[in-house]
Ligand binder design. Structure first.
Ligand code: MN
Length: 203
């Protein structure tokens, strides 16, 4: 069975950037909902319930047609939120260091250019979705968005940074001001974890 990952912080840890009520509902209702629906959808496939959800997404076309949509939507929802909780930290913010910083500057010219591109893509995603920094299958850093709960893992990309763009992630505090929510994200990004994910791919 799939289960919610533990959070390493309290619901109010991201005030004033993300409010405690949003964090609580987001984790205990929305993320829990994806986990529950994934478990229900895979009830008849006990071997799949033992797998890493990332492996399910990597190979979604290999599984029975009747569960592919559930894997994309609820498996994606589980994997995307699980990564999202790790790339934010109450001690976050600032800028990346070391190899990740070098790679971002090489790819996007500067950290500011990277952040501007990420913000623009997050802002222009129509409807619900996610903004990503990924390492693609040529080992290059890319920024893009996906709709719904679609995961870059389905495209042979490895996500290392992600921002939830669903209204449930910000609406209580920001209402229609998605741009303010996106800019506030930089105050809480856990660059140490993003760098750790980046290093894991490279090694
Ligand atoms: Mn969400």
């Amino acid at each position: 069975m799939f289960t919610l990952p533990d959070l390493l912080y309290e619901y109010d840890a991201f005030e004033p950037y993300i409010d405690a009520q949003t964090m609580e509902i987001h984790y205990s209702k929305h993320h829990q909902g994806y986990v529950d629906k994934l478990n229900t959808a895979l009830e008849e496939y006990p071997d799949l319930l033992q797998k890493d959800v990332k492996k399910l997404l990597n190979n979604v076309e290999d599984f029975p047609v009747d569960i592919q949509t559930a894997i994309k939507n609820n498996g994606g929802g589980h994997a995307n939120h699980s990564l999202f909780w790790t790339v934010i930290s109450p001690d976050g913010g600032g800028n990346p260091k070391g190899d990740l910083r070098d790679a971002l500057e090489t790819r996007f010219n500067s950290l500011n250019d990277f952040k501007e591109e990420f913000e623009a893509i997050a802002l222009s995603q129509f409807g619900s979705g996610w903004a990503w920094l990924v390492v693609d299958d040529d080992d290059d850093l890319q920024v893009h968005s996906t709709g719904n709960q679609d995961s870059p893992l389905m495209e042979d990309e490895t996500p290392i940074l992600v921002l939830d763009l669903w209204e449930h992630a910000y609406y209580l505090k920001y209402q229609n001001r998605r741009a303010d929510y996106i800019r506030a994200f930089w105050k809480i990004v856990n660059w140490e974890e993003v760098a750790r994910q980046f290093k894991k791919i490279r090694s």
